[in-house]
Design a protein around this ligand. Structure first.
Ligand code: CA
Length: 223
């Protein structure tokens, strides 16, 4: 899952980035409205966390432009305590949720999960053979026991599961797993896939390698 944070306060942006990365999301940071607008036009995201008080281009303008491109990207607005009029305007312009600063990180993460789940438009769990993946709690289980997966492995599994039966290239995996300035080589992707594949073996779930092209999680009926 890839998230864009549009926030001019570096301390807030840094805290958000760290905590979202820890839960396996790829995170990009845009410190002003212009950069956010450019990023939204050029890269694919699963969620936008948008501060309304942004330099160069206001958060409301960023949102207006996004929706005028017919994007249905989920947007979570961050506003200052006294910004209730802006908050209402933001919701009118098509924001999905908002939080008032200062906010609790755990609550923000819960809302991020809720918004991205809603945007998937599916049930919170995905099944593949004996594997059951809970998209809300981000937990993978086989036969009722939880698999011990790293944040990277969870991120990788999510991408493969949501594209089950389809080819996913290494570049696509890099895109989904890394934000700007994060270097992940194709070799590293191979290592993550190798580890994840080992852990999924007990559930009979297979990640096929399509030589020179990428990977495919083989579709299986739920057990
Ligand atoms: Ca601000």
């Amino acid at each position: 899952m890839r998230i864009l944070i549009a926030e001019d306060d570096a301390i807030i942006a840094d805290g958000l980035t760290r905590s979202l990365r820890q839960s396996g999301c790829a995170v990009d940071w845009a410190p002003n409205g212009m950069d956010a607008d450019t990023a939204l036009v050029t890269a694919g995201y699963d969620l936008l966390i948008l501060d309304l008080g942004l330099p160069k281009l206001s958060g409301l303008e960023v949102l207006k432009r996004l929706r005028s491109r017919n994007s249905a990207l989920p947007v979570l607005i961050l506003t200052a305590m006294d910004g209730s009029a802006d908050r209402v305007k933001g919701l009118d312009l098509g924001a999905d949720d908002y939080m008032v600063k200062p906010f609790d990180l755990a609550e923000l993460e819960a809302r991020v999960r809720a918004l991205t789940r809603r945007s998937c438009g599916t049930t919170p769990t995905i099944q593949c053979g004996a594997l059951v993946y809970d998209q809300v709690g981000r937990v993978a289980q086989v036969g009722g026991s939880t698999l011990d997966l790293s944040a990277r492995e969870i991120g990788l599994l999510e991408v493969l599961l949501t594209r089950m039966g389809r080819l996913v290239s290494k570049d696509q995996l890099v895109d989904h797993l890394c934000g700007w300035g994060e270097e992940v080589s194709h070799n590293a992707i191979e290592v993550y896939v190798h580890r994840l594949r080992k852990k999924l073996e007990q559930g009979g779930v297979k990640i096929a390698t399509v030589r020179g092209l990428g990977y495919c999680l083989e579709r299986q009926q739920a057990e």
